[in-house]
Design a protein around this ligand. Structure first.
Ligand code: SF4
Length: 200
C-alpha cells in the first residue's frame, strides 16, 4: 500500500514536472512538487516556492524552511519521515508575489491529486494564501491561526507562515502554541505518525 502510494506519487510528480498549464512555467528553474511520506497522516500546505525552493526543487528550504523544520522537530515531526509538504502552486511566482487566483485555479488540480493519494487526516495550512484557498476565502490568519476546522472528514488548521514569523519574531510563542495543539490533534486522530518517526 505504502509502496503503491509512493509509485503513484512518483508517476504524478513525473507528469507535473513537465506542466505548462500556466505562465509560471516560463520563469521556473524547477517544479516544486512536494516532499514527504507518501502515506502521511498530516499534510502541510504552503502557497508556492520562493527563490531557494525554485533552485532546489523542494518546498521550504530557505530561511523560512529552516524555521519550519525546527518547529516541526519540536513536536516530533519530520518532513522525511512522518509528514508531507506541498504548495498550492508548484512553480515560483516572479519576485515572490502572491500566486494569482487563475494560477492557483490551474495548479490546484495537482494538489488535489496529491491529496487523493496521500489521504491525510489533518491538513495544516501555512499562511493566509493557503488557508484562504483550502479552508475559507475570508480567513483572518492573524486572528484565526490555531483554530480547528473540519471539512469533508478532514481536520484543518491554519497556522502563521514561517516567513511571517521571521518578520515578526514576537509571534513565535503563539505559533509554537499552535504546534502544540497540532501535536495533541495528532495524538488524538492519527494512528502511525509518531511510530514512523522512530522507524528507519
Ligand atoms: S504553477 Fe502549476 S499549473 Fe502553473 S506551470 Fe507550474 S505546475 Fe503547472
Amino acid at each position: 500500500m505504502i509502496q503503491n502510494n509512493a509509485s503513484l506519487l512518483d508517476n504524478l510528480e513525473k507528469d507535473c514536472l513537465s506542466c505548462q498549464r500556466c505562465d509560471l512555467s516560463r520563469g521556473r528553474h524547477n517544479v516544486v512538487f512536494g516532499v514527504g511520506a507518501p502515506d502521511a497522516e498530516v499534510l502541510f500546505i504552503g502557497e508556492g516556492p520562493g527563490e531557494q525552493e525554485d533552485l532546489k526543487g523542494e518546498p521550504f528550504v530557505g530561511k523560512a524552511g529552516i524555521l519550519l523544520d525546527k518547529m516541526l522537530r519540536a513536536v516530533d515531526l519530520d518532513r522525511n519521515k512522518n509528514i508531507y509538504i506541498a504548495n498550492i502552486v508548484k512553480c515560483r511566482p516572479p519576485q515572490n508575489r502572491d500566486p494569482l487566483p487563475e494560477e492557483q485555479e490551474l495548479c490546484i488540480a495537482w494538489l488535489r491529486r496529491q491529496f487523493a493519494l496521500i489521504r491525510p487526516k489533518i491538513i495544516v495550512c501555512l499562511g493566509r494564501i493557503a488557508a484562504a484557498r483550502i479552508i475559507k476565502p475570508d480567513i483572518r490568519i492573524k486572528k484565526e491561526h490555531g483554530k480547528i476546522f473540519r471539512k469533508g472528514g478532514v481536520i484543518m488548521m491554519p497556522i502563521l507562515h514561517p516567513a511571517a514569523l521571521l518578520r515578526n519574531p514576537a509571534d513565535k510563542p503563539a505559533a509554537f502554541e499552535d504546534f502544540l495543539r497540532l501535536q495533541q490533534l495528532i495524538e488524538e486522530h492519527c494512528e502511525h505518525t509518531y511510530d514512523k518517526l522512530n522507524s528507519e
